[in-house]
Each structure stands twice: as structure tokens, then as C-alpha cells.
Design a protein around this ligand. Structure first.
Ligand code: PEP
Ligand code: MN
Length: 290
């Protein structure tokens, strides 16, 4: 038994709804899809993503501006300039944005620009950061640690809840194992377990789990089939040119096709893929990629 007083589900019907906007919530009937590049690279890139994903549709855009990179010499993200880009795209296209916060000192700045704060795998047990996020009035997307047990994952969520923020969404993103053919191993058993152990919404990131674009769509479909409340998927206008995680990035047209393919699966498990576009195309300028 996991001793999570606040995160534990007390009854099978107990399900927390985490509101992202007035019209988009995690944990209800609708599957929430977040799409976008690993890293924010330019305004043009994010405009192209927003324009193209409008037809999918996706309910939120992702894009990292503070990037946890294995090498200190790799691009670390655009920082505040990237946040400005997210804010511009957010207001121009009327779509919520999700981005990672890596340290306590970044919280206020990121919370002023983003609708949801992502805690990356590498920070899942950064307990001071988790405590500080408990004081934030924004939804938190908590990603499972690279080698975290289900219990450690739930207890990480418990840190945020017990420090005052009830708006936590869990994200299974694959765990390390012996086989490196796929980047990680997508633990769909954990998704089913978390849905029973906790009342929190659970979404899946198939991109970091498999690390290869040709494996992303089947795993996204499997995630919806096994009860995930949403997906976060990396895609890019020119996947091979992505500054980070290029190998796993979908093209924007593949992303649109993937979302369409999820609909019958969602229906089969009593869920919906939202038809509502989070983007107001009428007021959005038409961007033409060079
Ligand atoms: C990401 O979402 O780009 C990311 C770095 O994910 P993770 O923390 O799951 O590796
Ligand atoms: Mn990435």
C-alpha cells in the first residue's frame, strides 16, 4: 500500500479533473492532446506548429525553453526569449502552452507565461522544487523519473499536493531498462495501475518513451486504449532539423494523421478526442514557411 494520503484514490469513481482552460480539462471524458517541438527554436517555428496543429486539433502546445540536456555543451534552450515566443503564440492563436520549469528560481517567470508547468523526469525527485510547486496556482505536469518506481512517482505528486497545489497531472514517459533499441520502455502497466491507485489524471508521452518517430503512433494508440487521459507528443515542422530529440519528432502532417487515428480507439474505450480547436484561425495571421 502506498502511503499517499492526498494522491490515493479512496473510491474507484474518484477522479480529479485538472482544468487547463475554461474548455480543456484533464481527467474527464475528453482525451487532451498536447503537441509541439521538444524545444522552442523561433517564433516562425512555433507559428507553423500552431497553424498546422489547429486542424488536428490539439488542445495545447508544448515547447521547452529551459532544457535539461545530457551534455552541458548542448543547446540549453532559449530561456526568457523562448517564453516570449510562447506568450505570443498563445495569445495570437488562443491556445494554452505547456513548458518545463527546471529550478525554483524559474517558477515565477515560467508561471507568468505558461498555462501548465512541466516537471521533467530528471527533476521528479527534486523535493524542494516539488514543494515550491505546491505554492503555484497553475496545473503541474509531473513526468515520471527515468528510473522511478510507481510508488516514488505517486509520492512525488504527494509532495506537490501536500504543499497546497491540487492541480497535478501525472505523465508516464518511459523508464530505463536493459534494451536500448527503444530509448526507454513505455510502462503502460503503470498507467493502468496509476489510474487505480490515484485519482489524478494520467497522460502518456510516447515520444520520449520510444525515441523513434515510427514507433510513436502505435504507442500513442495503445496509451489511449489502456485508459490514459491524454498525450504529449513531440512534432516539428522539419523533424530532422529539430535542435533536440530529432529522431523522435513527428512531422506536423503525421501528427494530424495520428490524432485522427485515435478517434475510434477513444470511442471504443468510452472517451472522446476533442473536436474543438484551441486555435482561432480567423484572427490568426497566415504564416508561410520559407
Ligand atoms: C521533454 O519533454 O522534452 C523532456 C525533456 O522530457 P523528459 O523530462 O520526460 O525527458
Ligand atoms: Mn524532448
Amino acid at each position: 500500500m502506498i502511503n499517499a494520503k492526498l494522491a490515493a484514490q479512496s473510491h474507484p469513481s474518484q477522479q480529479t479533473i485538472v482544468k487547463l482552460t475554461e474548455t480543456v480539462s484533464f481527467g474527464g471524458e475528453e482525451i487532451v492532446i498536447i503537441g509541439g517541438p521538444c524545444t522552442v527554436e523561433s517564433l516562425e517555428q512555433m507559428e507553423t506548429v500552431a497553424q498546422n496543429l489547429a486542424v488536428a486539433p490539439v488542445q495545447a502546445l508544448r515547447g521547452g525553453v529551459y532544457k535539461p540536456r545530457t551534455s552541458p555543451y548542448a543547446f540549453q534552450g532559449m530561456g526568457e526569449d523562448g517564453l516570449e515566443i510562447l506568450t505570443t503564440v498563445r495569445s495570437r492563436y488562443n491556445i494554452p502552452v505547456v513548458t518545463e520549469v527546471m529550478s525554483i528560481s524559474q517558477i515565477n517567470m515560467v508561471a507568468a507565461h505558461a498555462d501548465m508547468l512541466q516537471i521533467g523526469s530528471r527533476n521528479m525527485q527534486n523535493f524542494d522544487l516539488l514543494k515550491a510547486l505546491g505554492e503555484v496556482n497553475k496545473p503541474i505536469l509531473l513526468k515520471r523519473g527515468l528510473a522511478a518506481t510507481i510508488e516514488e512517482f505517486v509520492m512525488a505528486a504527494e509532495y506537490i499536493l501536500s504543499h497546497g497545489n491540487p492541480h497535478v497531472v501525472l505523465c508516464e514517459r518511459g523508464i530505463r531498462s536493459f534494451d536500448n533499441y527503444t530509448r526507454n520502455v513505455l510502462d503502460l502497466g503503470a498507467v493502468a495501475a496509476l489510474k487505480q491507485i490515484t485519482h489524478l489524471p494520467v497522460i502518456v508521452d510516447p515520444s520520449h518513451a520510444v525515441g523513434k518517430r515510427e514507433l510513436v503512433a502505435p504507442m500513442a494508440r495503445a496509451a489511449v486504449a489502456c485508459g490514459a487521459d491524454g498525450l504529449i507528443i513531440e512534432c516539428h515542422p522539419e523533424p530532422e532539423k529539430s535542435v533536440s530529440d530529432a529522431r523522435q519528432a513527428l512531422s506536423l502532417s503525421d501528427m494530424v494523421n495520428l490524432v485522427a487515428s485515435l478517434k475510434p480507439i477513444a470511442t471504443a474505450v468510452g472517451r472522446n478526442i476533442s473536436e474543438s480547436i484551441g486555435v482561432d484561425l480567423k484572427s490568426a495571421p497566415i504564416f508561410c514557411a520559407a
